[in-house]
Ligand binder design. Sequence first.
Ligand SMILES: [Zn+2]
Length: 299
Amino acid sequence: MAKINRRKWIKQNAYAALALTIPGSITASLYKNKEMNTKHPICATCGVQYESSTQEHCPVCEDSRQYVNADGQQWTTLDAVNKTHKNIIEKVAPNIYAIYTSPRFGIGQHAHLVITPNGNILWDCITNLDATTVDIMKKLGGIKAIAISHPHYYSTMLEWSKAFGDVPIYIHHSDEKWVQRKGDAIQFWKGREKDLWDGMKLVLCAGHFDGATVLYNPDHGGQLLTGDMPLVCSDRKTVTFMYSYPNYIPLPPEAIQYAKESLDPLKYDAVFGAFGTYILGNGKKAVDFSIERYLGQTR
Ligand SMILES: [Zn+2]
């Protein structure tokens, strides 16, 4: 087991306080390469699960849109994450539940379960999955399919699919090279839109990733679940678009224009971002305003 400098780890990891209450959890929950004891290691920084136990690098974190932990690449396992984290499931709209992990793990995104008459969809995914989560989700009607906005949220998507009966996972084919664990459940779709059921569809916005998509639900006044493209800002009144959020790399005006063309035909009132920030009224106006504001900065 790799020896991790204890003080440094505490400094780097905001969740040390919880882990410290569980004897041995520091050495059990993180380890460096070559010492993996599991089939499918998980990157401790981005939360993406990999196929091979000999994986040494995380291409997702080494990409300019992410970053490698200051202590170097670290790995964990789903079992270890289960021991130190739990999921919170929160109703955020009459038909939408947010699912996120406490203490925060990896990037810290929220997944969303959208309840619709002909089956629920899990929009985006999180790493931590335990029996309690599966139980609650099943009581909410289960999951008919999973759709993921972009590679930062691939997390343990195959584990989620398996837990709910090998349900399909929809990913835009432009991001196929970012999939780190292959599986029959993954279905790559092409083009600008993919129709689902009950009027729902996936819409390609690109930009942040070539295959970055949003989920559109026409019910409840129209709902847009955006992942990070666009991202709902902290003011909960506007959105923004970036190539990299942690490294502050903007997108060119052509990319914003492309996203605008994708979003223009959709009618929606609410916008649900990936980090618990939502615009719950006049969402379309907010997005239109934000696009003009962004393009104004580039003129
Ligand atoms: Zn990573």
